[in-house]
Ligand binder design. Structure first.
Ligand code: GUN
Length: 298
């Protein structure tokens, strides 16, 4: 049976360190500040945003939330971002995605100042990660958190190990592949058009699943002893729990995969808690850099 990687415990470690460092920088007169912006009433997004704002307060940050109505115009949103870019009390800006269809998300993301882009979605940060400039880049929170879990299982140097990332999104798959490459792994990005996906997955010492399809990755896709990181969070019907009830599952068939893997993240309680923890870490880093202090590492 595989070791279960406790993402909740690692996330608590990260948040504990963020709180301690936020206290240190506060003593120098700088309070890290995070602005979270949400447009519209999507219930899942509202839950995510509320927990981000709450965690920021818990870390001792200056935490502001801008909740804008669905019909907010693009120009109005861009003007708000302009104000936040210029506000010295704000070190991190996060605009929750997806945005309503009448707003160009790409334009919105590229308007955020790169040094406040704690999501790591701006071209400047994407380019820094792609060229290995990790000292000054902001890395997207979910892959950054997944990488910390991989480091705990395998160490920081992945030389000689094969990594397969299933999924090629800009938010997870591509930055994840770049992080693994920067750690010296031999990396393959696989996706829905890959020929014989199970065979490719079976080559992986480190298998990262980020496809958004419930339990797609089966036990017999997993190389014995592999580290399996499940980024998926899928809500599926659970009639056994009662009518209309649902449960959360990952992109990996946990029962099957945990018989083969050396270590595996559960859903919930694996990568999920790491995402918010890394958002706090990125905001803290931004405050340190703005104050001219040495960048803390996690
Ligand atoms: N929506 C889902 N995940 C994310 C994320 O990591 N950042 C933002 N801004 N929106 C999201």
């Amino acid at each position: 049976m595989a070791d279960i990687i406790d993402g909740k415990a690692v996330a608590e470690d990260v948040v504990g360190r963020v709180k301690a460092l936020a206290g240190e920088v506060a003593a120098k007169g700088v309070q890290p500040g995070l602005a979270v912006v949400i447009v519209g009433e999507d219930p899942a997004s509202q839950v995510y945003v509320a927990s981000k704002s709450k965690k920021a307060k818990e870390c001792g940050f200056h935490s502001v939330q801008h909740t804008l109505p669905e019909e907010t115009g693009e120009a109005e949103l861009l003007a708000l971002i302009g104000k936040l870019n210029a506000d010295p009390k704000i070190h991190g800006i996060l605009v929750q995605l997806p945005l309503p269809k009448h707003i160009d998300s790409g334009k919105v993301i590229q308007t955020i100042a790169p040094e406040k882009d704690v999501d790591g979605f701006h071209f400047v940060n994407v380019g820094k990660l792609g060229t290995g400039e990790l000292e000054t880049a902001f890395v997207p929170c979910t892959p950054a958190g997944s990488m910390l879990l991989i480091e705990r299982a395998r160490g920081k140097d992945l030389s000689g190990l094969t990594a397969v990332v299933v999924g090629r999104s800009n938010i997870v798959g591509k930055p994840m592949a770049n992080l693994l490459l920067a750690a010296n792994a031999t990396v393959t990005i696989a996706h829905s058009r890959t020929k014989d996906l199970p065979a490719v997955a079976r080559t992986a010492d480190i298998l990262v699943a980020a496809v958004g399809r419930p339990e797609m990755i089966k036990g017999d896709w997993v190389k014995p002893g592999a580290t399996v990181i499940d980024v998926g969070i899928n809500r599926i019907p659970a009639p056994d729990k009662g009518e209309g009830k649902a449960r959360l599952v990952g992109d990996v068939d946990f029962a099957g995969a945990s018989e083969k893997a050396g270590a595996i993240t559960p859903v919930p309680g694996g990568v999920g808690p790491m995402t918010i923890a890394m958002l706090m870490a990125n905001t803290l880093v931004s405050a340190f850099l703005a104050a001219g202090l040495k960048r803390p590492t996690f």
